[in-house]
Write a protein that binds this ligand. Sequence first.
Ligand code: GRF
Length: 209
Amino acid sequence: MNNIVILISGSGSNMKAIVEHSIKARWLERYEARVSLVLSTDPASKGLAWANAAGLHTQVLSHKDYPTLSKDQAREAFESDLCAVLDEQAPALVVLAGFMRILSPSTVEHYAHRMINIHPSLLPAFTGLQTHERALLAGCKFHGATVHWVTAELDAGAIIDQAVVPVLSTDTVQMLAHRVLTQEHLLYPSAIENWLKTGSKLKAVEVGR
Ligand code: GRF
């Protein structure tokens, strides 16, 4: 079974798009793949409420769950618990979808070639935050989103796929963000499906699973 685990922190619209596409495109029958867990760092997130209502297996885990520990210890405890929860799923793919934590190199290494992210810019341009503001300020004529492998360096892993949108002279940040997000909802499910069609089999042979 190709268990796909999705990690979210907020509205979870990409997670929703992936789940809905996985059902519509019959990933279970075609690729023996399913979204086996949605993990949210925020117990009050909109995405978590949607996943629960959809009957998905969900879990909440936050670095704030360790109030008595120092910042460094809390990060370590959070990531150790996160890995334990994820590893129970033996995930074929860990999908970061608006997951607002930067993971330590050892956690990233543990999921090497199994962890992907979606970033709201045409990487390598505009790593980090406020990508739409920065694209507008830079006078970009095109902007977009990137699905990439997660490596220890932020937003720097190999690019899997991208979606491009035009930037209009009348755009506000909200208008541009909305145009990009609409494309993300097509790009992310399609990138995962392409991986299911090809990459997952190659990887399984490579690592002898
Ligand atoms: C998206 O813009 C994504 O590119 C970025 O975080 C946002 C998540 O949105 N990584 P949502 O939670 O999927 O609605």
